[in-house]
Design a binder for this molecule. Structure first.
Ligand code: NOJ
Length: 581
C-alpha cells in the first residue's frame, strides 16, 4: 500500500492536477459545476483506514485525494461522518455538527475540505433528516421526560392499540423488516408509549411539524456550509412528512418483497412516503444554499419510481439534483435502458434540472454482480440475485460498457467507490461478519448490504490490500476476499485493459469534450438490441447490448471502446464505444 502514518498524507499538489482540469476550472461557470459533475461516493468506513483500526476515516480520505484527482472526478460525496453508535453505519446520528471520533476530528474534516478544494475537488456531505440515533440527546430527553412532555413532541410517540396498549399504533413497516414501532419502558419501569422508526429501532423518526426540528437542521446546514462544504446528499428525502392521524397504508404491504424495498408505493395515498408537504422544507433549504456567494447544492436520495414524481424534488426553487435510481434498477436490456434514459431526460428537462446517472451505491448489490445474472427482471439487492446463475466475466464486460453509456449521457454521474476497480458484490461474507441491521431485523434471512461495503483493495497481494497501514493490528471491519490481488488500484494502474484505466480515460475525454456533461442528445436509429446517441456536432456513443455486431458510423474515429471491436471493425454485444464523427 501507500504507507503513511496518520498525519502523513500524499496529497497531490497543484502541479499534479491534470492540465485539462486546470483549464476547465478557469473557464467553466463555478455556479453551474453540479450540472455536469461526476461525483465519487466515498463510503468512509470502507474507503481507506488512516489510523490502523480497521475502519476507514478522514485521514484515509486525505491520503487518497491524489488518487481521486488522477481519476478525474469533480467532487466527493462522503457518507455520514457524524458521531454515531453505528447501529446503521452512521445513518443513526447523535450530533449533526461534529465528527465521529473513530473517523477523526472536526479539525481534520476542515483540513480535508481545504485540501480537496485546493485540488479542484468539491465535497458533499450526507445529511440524515428523517431520523436521529436513539442516543441523540433529544431522544434521550424525550424518553426521560415522559408521556405528554414537549420533549416527546420532537419525535413520533403514540400510545399502543389494544386494551393494554400492547399493539403498535398502526401497521406501518420498517424498511429493514418488521413493525416500524418500538415500545419504550418509561422511567418508572412501566411499559409506555411507542415511537416510530421507519428504519432500525435505533433510528427514531423526527416530527417535522415541530419548529425545533426545522430550525436545528437549518442550523446544521449552515454549520457545514460555513466551513466550506459544497453541498449535501439528503438521506431518504422522500420521507420526513407523515400524514396526520398516521393512517394505515391502504394496500397490502406485509410481503417480504415489499417491505424490504425502499419507497415504491403509489404516492397519492401513501401516508409516509413522498408526501407533497415535504417540498416546502426543501424550498427553505434552497434559500439557505442560495444565500452563499458560491451557492451550495443538494442531491436528493428519493426512491420514487415515477420520474415525474422525482422531478418534483428538483423544481427550480427546490433541490438541484436527485439520484436516478430508475436507471440503476434498469436491467441490461436495450429497450429498458433507452426508455429509462428517454423518460428521465423528458421529466428533467420539464423542470430544467440535469439528470444524474447512477449504477451502484452502498445500498445495492454491485452492478458487476447484477449484470452477471439473467436480465429479465430488475433487482437490486443481493437477495434478488442469490440463486440465479452468475457469470462475473459477463458482468464485468457489461459494467465496462455501462460506464461509457453512463458518462456519455447528458447531466451528472455518480461513481460508487470500487466500481472503477470492477469490484463485484461479496456474496459469501460469513454470517458472523454481517453488520447491516437488515440481517437481524429480518430474522437472519436477508443478508443485507454488507456485500457492497467491503473495504477497498488499494495495493499488495493479500488482505487488507493497503486498506489499513502496514503493520495494523486490526483487520478490516468486513473481511476482504482472498482473490482481490488483481483488482487493487496498484495492480490496475498502467494496464490499458483494466477497469481503472477505462474509467480514467473516459473521465479524461469527458472533461476535454465540451459536448459532454450537461446538455441534450439526439438518438440514433440502430438495430434492436442496441442504442446510441450523438452529443454536439461530432460525439457519438454506441451501446450494443445484445444485437449482432453493429457498424460504427462512416468515417468514425474511435475515442474509446469498452472492449475490442470485431476484426472487421464492428461493435460486438455487451460493448460500447465513443467515437468522433
Ligand atoms: C438510505 C441510506 O442510503 C441507507 O444506507 C440507510 O440505511 C437509510 N437511508 C436509513 O438512513
Amino acid at each position: 500500500m501507500q504507507e503513511q502514518s496518520p498525519g502523513e498524507h500524499s496529497v497531490c499538489s497543484q502541479d499534479d492536477i491534470p492540465e485539462v482540469r486546470r483549464t476547465l476550472s478557469l473557464i467553466s461557470d463555478p455556479g453551474d459545476w453540479w450540472r455536469s459533475a461526476v461525483i465519487y461516493q466515498v463510503y468512509i468506513r470502507s474507503f481507506c483506514d488512516g489510523n490502523g483500526d480497521g475502519l476507514g476515516d478522514i485521514a484515509g480520505i486525505r491520503s487518497r485525494l491524489s488518487y481521486l484527482c488522477e481519476l478525474g472526478v469533480d467532487a466527493l460525496w462522503i457518507n455520514p461522518w457524524y458521531p454515531s453508535p453505528m447501529a446503521d453505519a452512521g445513518y443513526d446520528v447523535t450530533d449533526y455538527r461534529d465528527v465521529e471520533p473513530r473517523f477523526g476530528t472536526l479539525d481534520e474534516a476542515e483540513a480535508l475540505l481545504g485540501e480537496a478544494h485546493a485540488l479542484g475537488l468539491r465535497v458533499i456531505l450526507d445529511i440524515v433528516p428523517n431520523h436521529t440515533s436513539d442516543q441523540h440527546p433529544w431522544f434521550r430527553a424525550a424518553v426521560a421526560a415522559g408521556h405528554g412532555s414537549p420533549e416527546r413532541e420532537r419525535y413520533v410517540f403514540r400510545p399502543g392499540r389494544g386494551e393494554d396498549g400492547s399493539e403498535p399504533p398502526n401497521g406501518w413497516r420498517s424498511v429493514f423488516g418488521g413493525t416500524a414501532w418500538h415500545r419504550i419502558t418509561e422511567s418508572d419501569g412501566s411499559l409506555g408509549e411507542w415511537y416510530l422508526h421507519l428504519f432500525a429501532r435505533e433510528q427514531p423518526d423526527l416530527n417535522w411539524e415541530h419548529p425545533d426540528v426545522r430550525a436545528d437542521f437549518e442550523h446544521s446546514l449552515r454549520f457545514w456550509f460555513d466551513r466550506g462544504v459544497d453541498g449535501f446528499r439528503i438521506d431518504v428525502a422522500n420521507s420526513l412528512i407523515k400524514q396526520s392521524g398516521l393512517p394505515d397504508v391502504e394496500w397490502p404491504q406485509a410481503s417480504v418483497e415489499f417491505d424490504q424495498e425502499f419507497a415504491r408505493a403509489p404516492w397519492q395515498a401513501h401516508p409516509h412516503w413522498d408526501r407533497d408537504e415535504v417540498h416546502e422544507i426543501y424550498r427553505d433549504w434552497r434559500r439557505i444554499a442560495d444565500s452563499y456567494a458560491d451557492p451550495r447544492v443538494f442531491v436528493a436520495e428519493a426512491w420514487v419510481d415515477e420520474p415525474a414524481r422525482l422531478a418534483r424534488y428538483i423544481r427550480p426553487d427546490e433541490l438541484h439534483t436527485a439520484f436516478n435510481f430508475t436507471y440503476l434498477r434498469s436491467p441490461w436490456l436495450a429497450d429498458h435502458l433507452q426508455n429509462t434514459v428517454a423518460e428521465t431526460l423528458a421529466e428533467h428537462s420539464a423542470v430544467g434540472a440535469p439528470p444524474t446517472w447512477v449504477l451502484s451505491n452502498h445500498d445495492v448489490a454491485r452492478h458487476v454482480s447484477r449484470y452477471a445474472r439473467p436480465q429479465k427482471k430488475p433487482g437490486r439487492s443481493l437477495m434478488d440475485l442469490l440463486g440465479q446463475p452468475a457469470d462475473l466475466e459477463v458482468g464485468r464486460r457489461r459494467a465496462r460498457a455501462a460506464v461509457l453509456l453512463t458518462l456519455g449521457l447528458p447531466g451528472g454521474a455518480y461513481i460508487y467507490q470500487g466500481e472503477e476497480l470492477g469490484l463485484a458484490e461479496v456474496e459469501d461474507l460469513p454470517e458472523g461478519a454481517l453488520r447491516d441491521p437488515t440481517w437481524e431485523r429480518s430474522g437472519q434471512t436477508d443478508r443485507g448490504r454488507d456485500g457492497c461495503r467491503v473495504p477497498i483493495p488499494w495495493s499488495g497481494t493479500d488482505p487488507p490490500y493497503g486498506f489499513s497501514p502496514d503493520g495494523s493490528k486490526a483487520a478490516p471491519w468486513l473481511p476482504q476476499p482472498a482473490d482481490w490481488a488483481g483488482l487493487t488500484a496498484e495492480a490496475q494502474t498502467g494496464d490499458p485493459l483494466s477497469m481503472l484505466e477505462l474509467y480514467r480515460e473516459a473521465l479524461r475525454i469527458r472533461r476535454a469534450d465540451s459536448s459532454l456533461g450537461d446538455g441534450d442528445l439526439a438518438w440514433l436509429d440502430l438495430p434492436e438490441g442496441a442504442l446510441g446517441f450523438q452529443r454536439g456536432a461530432d460525439f457519438v456513443c454506441l451501446v450494443n447490448v445484445s444485437a449482432d455486431p453493429i457498424d460504427l458510423p462512416d468515417a468514425a474515429v474511435v475515442l474509446l471502446s469498452s472492449t475490442e471491436l470485431t476484426a472487421d471493425g464492428r461493435l460486438p454485444a455487451d460493448a460500447s464505444v465513443w467515437c468522433s464523427v
